[in-house]
Design a protein around this ligand. Sequence first.
Ligand code: BES
Ligand code: MN
Ligand code: ZN
Length: 498
Amino acid sequence: MDVVVRRGDVTTRQAGALAIGVFEVARRPEGAAGTVDRATRGAISARLAARDFHGRFLETAVLYPAGLRARRLILVGLGKRAAFTEHHARLAAAQAARRAREIGAGTLATAVHGVGLGGLDPERAAQLVAEGSMLGHYRHTAYRGERPAPLRRVELVEGDAALARRMAPAAERGARWADAACLARDLANTPGQDLVPERLAARAAEIARRSGARVKSLGVGQLERLGMGALLAVGRGSVHPPRLIVLERGPARGSRTVVVVGKGITFDTGGISLKPRENMHKMKYDMSGAAAVLGLFAALPTLDPRLRVVGIIPTAENMPGGRALKPGDVVRAADGTTIEVTNTDAEGRLVLADALVYARRFKPAAVVDLATLTGAVSIALGHLAAGLFSDDDALASSLVEAGEHAGERLWRLPLWDDYASELSSDTADLVNSAGREGGAILGAMFLKRFARGMRWAHLDIASTAWSPVERPHEPRGATGYGVRLLLEWLSRRAASGA
Ligand code: BES
Ligand code: MN
Ligand code: ZN
């Protein structure tokens, strides 16, 4: 699907459907809705008067009025004007695109919601509407046919020529960011059978090539030479060997480096500490951190080329094979730390330990890891925020702020050293799993040991990487969480010269 900006009038634009936002309580619609109301001899005000449609947030109605060149009119409620925010514009656009797809509109022309009455900056609004349209339109269709067919094009219609020209690059950026998030969704929705570590490495190579990044994928021999006993141990129960994928983009020197690490467990059975059967099928999304890193790389060309970004993906399949790691085994991570594996299902922290040690060689200004690390983070936060852990207040608040702007929320949880004693082992330097209480924090505390000496933040995305419910901008399943958050965070860093 393409997203473009067109200078023109919403009433004369030819399209399968025209989407117009309507604020609540407007007896007489204003803005774009007012223009359309006049052209259609009061089609919208008649609806409002009949109380068939109120403009409540995300409410929709499909009309077939005379007076427009578009075949249908989709009204989408924008809610109360006083409550309207950037995220409302994104969600309203998503809702309209979703509705247009459902009715098989083919092409959609849309007003840029939030400009004018909504009080948003026009370029920002164009980015949000482009982004929302793409996110709302997304379906994972690789494993089935789909009818009606997806939309071919979404046009953002703006009457003012100068404004339309300014909106074009912003809309382009919104579309590319959302497209990158959809790439991450596709990866995480792919069944484990079709996305084993080797295949993930192949996809990473493809994405790197298209976005002008360098990439390598370290196999078992190289991992052995690097002493990555933790990553190797997790991969041992599978016939598909583990790998460490490394992507790099930007100037090789003279620039501060950001490292982004993503957990890439292509399927998590739990290993010998086998997971219960209910919901195990969802563990194909245990590589959502890796998917976020790859989505980020796909859209890096939209950011300042002086940014130097390194992506590290430790990838393995956690299986209970005959050679599998067993509870009680002791493994040695790349920095020499020994780990008593008390639970083979706490595998994410093992593979991330070696990846964080590897990150040190880049002398990064900041390291952010994204991982579907614990079920406990969902118990703490539900599905509306990911857990954020960092000892660095400035780094933490810059991430929280980027998350607000991206509509991908983060909530900070503690990392007090008092928790560390719970990870002590009688046999090794530490255990990989302790009790159930404070599970998300203990996972983060484990990682903290391996992030020593670096400005580091950990995002536990187990709560947000998979949506159990349908939302305007995301169907059930993989959400692509983190891609737009990272893009927003990096573009703000670049702008502030950090
Ligand atoms: N991949 C899981 C975490 C997870 C659970 C993600 C449910 C999404 C939904 C992770 O590898 C895991 O199994 N964590 C354990 C840790 C425990 C053994 C300390 C967990 O959360 O139970
Ligand atoms: Mn696990
Ligand atoms: Zn896992």
